[in-house]
Design a protein around this ligand. Structure first.
Ligand code: AHR
Length: 510
């Protein structure tokens, strides 16, 4: 009898101390927006080894298999991600770039010194044709970031005419002379980049006026593609910038306003990409989670001036930014990619999904060998980073309908919300739920209330590793890869699961 009483007490106290599940309500709302696939976009700048020695190895390269100079292994890997759009040629580089120097016979092209990124001399061999043909090959929308800082209105409208005009015109004729008959029909055009900084150190008021001038002349000629003009946007919490653009630029001249936000712990001491400690991890996550606040507040301002939601928000640069790896030749902004990056990508993408009403595009910085890259190369070797796998797991949300989710009593990690969630339903009726537990030590029991959704079976994938610092190297390229997740149990309109410490899970319900 005494023994049973003791056992009873033990079980009772175990239950009392057992961690309570975090409850997440996931509902269906016929008014909820579609998650624009463009949120899963990328960015490729002339910087370090992103273009030259990364993506582009040259048409004459006989060692690395390529299509018109672009590595075949990268093309294949990017196709698997369904990359919806690609932004080019910068970044800060864009406001120094003169597109006419990058078309026509390669031997006649002038060089350009990359003044922002290492002072390297480039031969302009990768230009407009290479980029737009690559986008066609990938099935991705090109996003051209135009030079306002050191360019002219004429230079920009000539670029629009060169790429988009089907009839007879000086630029369309020149394009044909250079070997391309049909226009590429480029829709997305950035009017300058970071015009508050490397794009010209302008004030918001001054840029708003300049923007109006550029935007007036950009729309195409009769019958051409409608251009979608993106105003160079704020950095982080510069709400004055967004307010000024929304107030001073007539909305028929501006289809989107941009925002840039990097997860950087300290601009003068960014810390290493791999050998970071617990404190640095915490600070990185603190920064990454600020995206939620920034996006919310910029949208509030946009709603005030544009309640009908005609102008979109594009987060056209985001990602983790650390100290570059010192041993890599021309490794400007070259950094490794760990489970910390998985946590950053998963939480930030959940934020974008959940704000799909206004966030219509985002571009991860950057695609190859720079910042939070999805691909790293070392001569003929190529690896997919942990962030690549996040983009692959999350592609199920592209163009799916958002299912609003509400987390009840989130567990905290040093004051930060430990669980992040977003969910969607695709056109075939499949439901996808992505969950990220940023707590480095503790697993988290979670109960998903899906009682309003018709789900009969559940499966999933998990991305994690023993240590936060684990990464894929050229010697061990598969160390961090998604694994099947069998821990989700479906019962009476509820899914229960335990999300491991520092892990990301995507569930599929049918
Ligand atoms: O992505 C690297 C740089 O970060 C870009 O060139 C610039 O736009 C931003 O400051």
């Amino acid at each position: 009898m005494k023994y049973f009483a003791l056992l009873f007490c033990l079980i009772f106290s175990m239950q009392l101390f057992a961690q309570q599940s975090v409850v997440v309500q996931i509902t269906e709302d016929s008014n909820s927006p579609q998650i624009s696939k463009q949120i899963y976009g990328h960015f490729a700048e002339h910087l370090g080894r992103c273009i030259y020695e990364g993506l582009y190895v040259g048409e004459e390269n006989k060692i690395i298999p390529n299509t018109d100079g672009v590595r075949n292994d990268i093309i294949e890997a990017l196709k698997e991600l369904n990359i919806p759009n690609l932004r080019w040629p910068g970044g800060c580089f864009a406001d120094t770039y003169h597109w006419k120097d990058g078309v026509g016979p390669k031997e006649d092209r002038p060089t350009i010194v990359n003044r922002w990124w290492g002072g390297t001399t480039e031969d302009n061999s990768f230009g407009t044709h290479n980029f737009l043909n690559l986008c066609e090959e990938l099935g991705a929308e090109p996003y051209l970031s135009a030079n306002v800082g050191s360019g002219t209105v004429q230079e920009l409208i000539d670029w629009v005419q060169y790429t988009n005009h089907d009839g007879i015109s000086p630029m369309a004729d020149w394009r044909r002379e250079n070997g391309r008959e049909k226009p590429w029909k480029v829709k997305y055009w950035g009017v300058g980049n970071e015009t508050w900084g490397c794009g010209g150190n302008m004030t918001a008021e001054y840029y708003a006026d300049i923007y109006r001038q550029y935007a007036t002349f950009m729309p195409g000629w009769s019958g051409d593609t409608e251009v979608y003009r993106i105003a160079s946007g704020a950095s982080e919490d510069d709400y004055h910038w967004t307010e000024t653009l929304m107030k001073n630029v007539p909305h028929h001249l501006m289809e989107a306003v941009a925002l840039h936000d990097y997860a950087v712990i300290d601009w003068s001491n960014k810390g290493p990409s791999v050998n970071f400690d617990d404190e640095v991890y915490f600070k990185s996550m603190e920064q990454a989670l600020k995206m939620e606040e920034y996006v919310t507040k910029h949208i509030e301002i946009m709603d005030k001036y544009d309640p009908e939601g005609k102008v979109d928000l594009f987060v056209d640069e985001w990602g983790g930014w650390y100290d570059a790896e010192p041993e890599v030749k021309n490794g400007v902004l070259y950094q490794q990619n760990t489970i910390r990056d998985v946590m950053i990508a998963g939480t930030v993408l959940n934020t974008f999904n959940n704000h799909a009403r206004r966030v219509k595009m985002a571009n991860l910085a950057q695609m190859v060998n720079v910042l939070q890259a999805v691909i790293l190369t070392d001569e003929e070797k190529m690896i997919k980073t942990p962030t690549y796998h996040v983009m692959h797991m999350y592609k199920v949300h592209q163009d799916a309908r958002l299912l609003p989710s509400k987390i009840d009593k989130n567990i905290t990690f040093r004051g930060l919300p430990a669980l992040s969630v977003s969910a969607s339903k695709d056109e075939t009726g499949k439901v996808h739920i992505s969950l990220v537990n940023i707590d480095p030590e503790n697993e988290m029991p979670v109960e998903l209330d899906i009682s309003g959704l018709e789900i009969k079976s559940i499966n999933g994938q998990v991305l994690t590793s023993d240590k936060l610092q684990d990464y894929n190297s050229f010697d061990d390229p598969e160390k961090v890869t998604p694994k099947e997740f069998k821990g989700a149990k479906l019962k009476k309109g509820k899914i229960s699961l335990t999300v491991p410490a520092h892990s990301l899970i995507v569930l599929q319900g049918k």
